[in-house]
Write a protein that binds this ligand. Structure first.
Ligand SMILES: [Zn+2]
Ligand SMILES: [Zn+2]
Length: 285
């Protein structure tokens, strides 16, 4: 007797140009079963709320396309760990609006870059991030299942979140107050020093994650190959199989029962045609 398999949730970061719901259509057109979006312009502080009509349309298109576990990526400007008062204040306001837009669209995950230390120590920055996150506790009292996901970073400049220890530290401080988890970006983890170049390497990196953070906190992946080498701390995404990580990593993530059914979002530079092929490839593994 064959058991019906859970759906494989694989998608890419698609465009909301012309209306948020267009990202769902774009995903559907390339064979995606989930997508990641920006819910507003990711390079501006002042963002608009999503109009009522667009919200309605979004929910209809969600049903029509059958896409699941939609992820939102927060604005690049936000730094929840800033030690500069004005930046922190703007970041808190903007992140609150990010949460509101996600809840309105019934989005499952809000992925965010933890923060940047800019002058302060890493520990001070991590403490500030935890404090910022806890300040949103009231927004999770209403019903809905939005979860915030810390994205592991490449560790460029003064950004934190490049080690599993950083992620575990933040989670330990906030998990009783807000729904939190982790999204592993394969490019970021690799350039931060976690080897992913073979099945064995992927397996031991997952073991390491489990030991430090706990696999129950792992909810999603950003799938990207990397232009730069292991431990280089330089974030340059590459198409799957064409970078320093190589295709074995992505095969392993599709095979490993710990990661097979977790949603995966491509942020590779190839664009729509290339994503279509990458999605089909991942699905065939
Ligand atoms: Zn990413
Ligand atoms: Zn990146």
């Amino acid at each position: 007797m064959t058991k019906k398999e859970e759906p494989l949730l694989i998608g890419a970061h698609t465009s909301i140009a012309g209306g948020v719901y267009n990202a769902l259509y774009e995903g559907h057109s390339i064979g995606a079963t989930t997508v990641q979006i920006f819910t507003a312009n990711q390079r501006q502080w002042n963002t608009k709320a999503i109009g009522e009509e667009d919200v309605k349309r979004w929910k209809e298109v969600l049903k029509e396309t059958g896409l699941q576990k939609i992820m939102s990526h927060d604005s690049y400007l936000i730094n929840l760990g800033s030690n500069k008062e004005d930046i922190l204040a703007k970041s808190l306001t903007a992140f609150r609006q990010e949460i509101e837009r996600c809840q309105e669209l019934e989005i499952t995950y809000l992925n965010f870059h933890p923060g940047s230390a800019t002058g302060a120590s890493e520990e001070e920055c991590l403490d500030k991030i935890a404090e910022s996150l806890i300040s949103f506790e009231d927004q999770f009292l209403k019903k809905g299942d939005l979860r915030l996901l810390l994205e592991c970073t490449a560790g460029q400049g003064s950004t934190v979140g490049y080690s599993f220890e950083h992620l575990a530290y933040i989670i330990g401080k906030v998990e009783k107050k807000i729904p939190i988890g982790v999204c592993i970006d394969t490019c970021h983890a690799f350039v931060a020093g976690y080897d992913l170049t073979s099945k064995a390497a992927v397996s031991s990196t997952l073991d390491e994650f489990d030991r430090v953070v706990g696999l129950k906190h792992l909810y999603a992946f950003h799938l990207n190959d990397s232009m730069k080498g292991l431990g280089s701390r330089v974030d340059r995404h590459q198409d799957l199989g064409k970078g320093e990580i190589g295709i074995e990593c992505f095969k392993a993530l599709m095979h490993d029962p710990r990661t097979r059914y977790l949603p995966k979002y491509l942020e590779t530079p190839g664009g729509l045609e290339s994503w279509k092929k990458e999605i089909a490839l991942l699905r065939s593994i």
